[in-house]
Design a protein around this ligand. Structure first.
Ligand code: COA
Length: 254
């Protein structure tokens, strides 16, 4: 249900259950948790998440498993989906959701935890949970307004309408829309990052992610702390030396 491939420096994680538009059932969620745990300690320098087949990225939680449950079970399921989002967000390298076909509900929510999202121009994205009479619960209500602002977030979350890649790019839900092969689009985009120092990029990412939660002065202090930490890296000495010696840096990620 979850495949991992390697393409050079990049790991590619595929939601692979095409018969159900790659929807995530309990087994799929366990496989995803396991795959992300293994990726945490892999030597990959970027992760691309995409869907197997040409119809879907991931159509969300498996609706067959959303029947009668106790409030405690429902809450645990929401917390589990949120925790998987944090597994993705906290990976030591950039993650790029490459959305091909349907990305719905929980599938789209997990993409919000990625560092970047790209979408095929023909992709269809949205949060149809409200049409099932339920409230989005895998982090979407919190990450979406931080990403695109409350009005556009409320529009998508409360209408349940689907938007294509071009509209998703306009609203800022995805970084850019592409035509053509998803893996190629993902690998080309990932190449912007893979030669950089992973810890330096992690510090930047942490500062930016915290920016929307902190008042400005606290944000500045966080930035100063992370900047100070970055100067303790061997990579910072290497980066500066390489510039002065007019050569490419050879970062060691420490
Ligand atoms: N959970 C379980 N199965 C799903 C699914 C989901 N989230 N989304 C799609 N499927 C299954 C369908 O039941 C169907 O299975 P079947 O062939 O055994 O009947 C198969 O995937 C193909 O979907 P189908 O609905 O026939 O394709 P379509 O092109 O007519 O419609 C969608 C595509 C995406 C519009 C439609 O499948 C849909 O609305 N899915 C639900 C998405 C959703 O609400 N996700 C949020 C869950 S919280």
């Amino acid at each position: 249900m979850i495949d991992i491939e390697r393409h050079g420096d990049c790991a590619v994680l595929k939601f692979n259950r095409p018969d159900a538009l790659n929807a995530l059932n309990a087994d799929g969620l366990s496989a995803l948790e396991e795959a992300l745990k293994e990726l945490e300690t892999s030597d990959a320098r970027a992760l691309i998440l995409t869907g197997a087949g040409d119809r879907a990225y991931c159509a969300g939680a498996d609706i067959n498993e959303l029947g009668p449950r106790t409030p405690g079970q429902v809450r645990a399921a929401a917390r589990r989906g949120q925790a998987i989002g944090l597994q993705i967000e906290n990976l030591p390298f950039p993650s790029i959701a490459v959305i091909n076909g349907y990305a719905l509900g929980g599938g789209l929510e997990l993409s919000l935890a990625c560092t970047f999202r790209l979408a095929a121009r023909t992709a269809m994205m949205g949060f149809p949970e409200v049409k099932l009479g339920i409230c989005t619960g895998w982090g979407g209500t919190q990450r979406l307004p931080r990403l695109i602002g409350p009005q556009d977030a409320l529009d998508l979350l409360m209408s349940g309408r689907l938007i294509d890649g071009a509209e998703a790019e306009n609203v800022g839900l995805v970084y850019s829309a592409f035509d053509g092969d998803p893996i190629e689009a993902g690998l080309t985009f990932a190449a912007n990052f893979t030669a950089n120092s992973l810890p330096a990029m992690r510090f930047v990412r942490e500062a930016v992610l915290r920016a929307s939660d902190l008042v400005l002065e606290e944000g500045f202090r966080t930035e100063a702390d992370l900047s100070t930490l970055s100067y303790q890296l061997e990579d910072s000495a290497e980066g500066v030396a390489a510039f002065l010696e007019k050569r490419e840096p050879a970062f060691k990620d420490r």
